[in-house]
Design a protein around this ligand. Structure first.
Ligand code: NDP
Ligand code: PYC
Length: 336
């Protein structure tokens, strides 16, 4: 048997237990477990339970604060700032969420900067959550020095994810969320773990030559998606979710890590719009026009981003999730 089936509740409880017995506060452990279980549920394995060993390593890291309690700075305006206090980003996001929703509804627009957070989770979880409150949002963050700028051959930029969500009438929100590299680094790590080659076009080795070897790719430089376009988008994310919010860019985050190899520490920026506040009585018409666009996309036989995820979710809610025996053994090894 190379897979083990577990209910979502079992996965979430196991993750929280592993993290808390390894020293993380219960609140931090539970928040992370919600994010990672959702990743497993939606078959987003590059940001599912495979991340737990890296989390445990991070919890024991030099600069990490396992008991950190995020602090939401007092503010009466549309800009909010939550200091994760060198804990993980998940609890900081959850701490700021009610105020972010309230500000977006009040002003029509709100922004949240999360500072000083160790960050390793997928962004769709956050923008989808905002869409469930009727809000449109964009989220982004730098990560670690991993990607060559277009035209270069050495890692400098992060894999810098970019996510967007649009709430829909009576349906799951429209959500996309992608790394600005050809693929998330986690995907290459999973290839390395199961000893599989990566497709051509994902990465260069340390000499700057194309490689299909996952280990060589991780040591070398990943490639930006879409050449100069992905590279520019990634640079924008470095700037907006770095210097603009007073936090680290990817290469600076790697310097902060200083070879320890724990989750990257930096910031995140989330921009939120309330269609109802901005459009007032016209918001219903706007929603219908958006639906017309989605219908035309689907009408061509194209699938919407997140459709695969929502289908996986429906399966997992019914049948539980399959975790590879390899992953499961790695998890159990983290328990006393
Ligand atoms: P993928 O390439 O797997 O997917 C990117 C997006 O495109 C998803 O929304 C996906 O929807 C959609 N999509 C894929 N194929 C199609 C298609 N044929 N038609 C329409 N839409 C499609 O993602 P990445 O490998 O780039 O990133 C994976 C995750 O890694 C992201 O969730 C990201 O947040 C995370 N990440 C996190 C980082 C961090 O610093 N915390 C750094 C980098 C990445 P669907 O899911 O339904 O397939
Ligand atoms: O998969 O690229 C990635 C990644 C980096 C940080 C967290 N995930």
């Amino acid at each position: 048997m190379d897979h083990i089936t577990r209910s979502l509740a079992e996965v979430e409880a196991l993750c929280a237990r592993i993290l808390s017995v390894n020293g993380l506060s219960i609140a931090q452990a539970e928040a992370i477990s919600r994010f990672l279980t959702a990743g497993e549920r939606d078959e987003c394995r590059s940001h599912g339970v495979y991340r737990i060993p890296g989390c445990v390593k991070t919890v024991k890291g030099r600069n990490f604060k396992p008991q950190a309690v995020p602090h939401l700075a007092p503010s009466t305006g549309p800009f909010l700032r939550v200091d994760a206090k060198h804990g993980f980003s998940c609890l900081a996001f959850e701490t700021a969420l009610p105020a972010l929703v309230e500000r977006a509804n009040t002003f029509g627009f709100a922004a949240l900067a999360i500072n000083n957070c160790y960050h390793f989770t997928a962004l769709w979880y956050e923008v989808e959550e905002l869409a469930r409150h009727g809000l449109v949002s964009i989220a982004m963050n730098p990560s670690l020095r991993a990607v060559a700028p277009a035209g270069g051959r050495k890692a400098l930029l992060g894999t810098n994810p970019f996510a967007f969500a649009w709430p829909r009438l009576g349906q799951n929100p429209y959500v996309f969320d992608f790394a600005t590299s050809e693929v998330a680094r986690g995907e290459i790590e999973l290839h390395r773990q199961s000893d599989k080659p990566i497709p051509p076009g994902w990465a260069l080795d340390t000499r700057g030559e194309p490689t299909t070897d996952a280990t060589a790719a991780l040591a070398g430089a990943m490639l930006a998606f879409g050449g100069h376009k992905g590279s520019a988008l990634s640079t924008m994310i470095e700037l907006l979710a770095g210097p603009m919010i007073g936090d680290l860019m990817s290469y600076e985050s790697s310097e902060f890590d200083a070879g320890e190899g724990v989750a990257p520490c930096h910031g995140e920026l989330i921009l939120v719009f309330s269609p109802e506040t901005i459009q007032g009585e016209n918001s219903k018409t706007s929603q219908l026009r958006a639906e017309h666009l989605f219908a035309q996309i689907a009408g061509q036989g194209a699938r919407l981003p997140s459709q695969r995820r929502y289908e996986a979710r429906a399966r997992s809610l019914k049948n539980g999730v399959k975790i590879s025996k390899l992953q499961h053994d790695l998890l159990l090894a983290l328990l006393p």
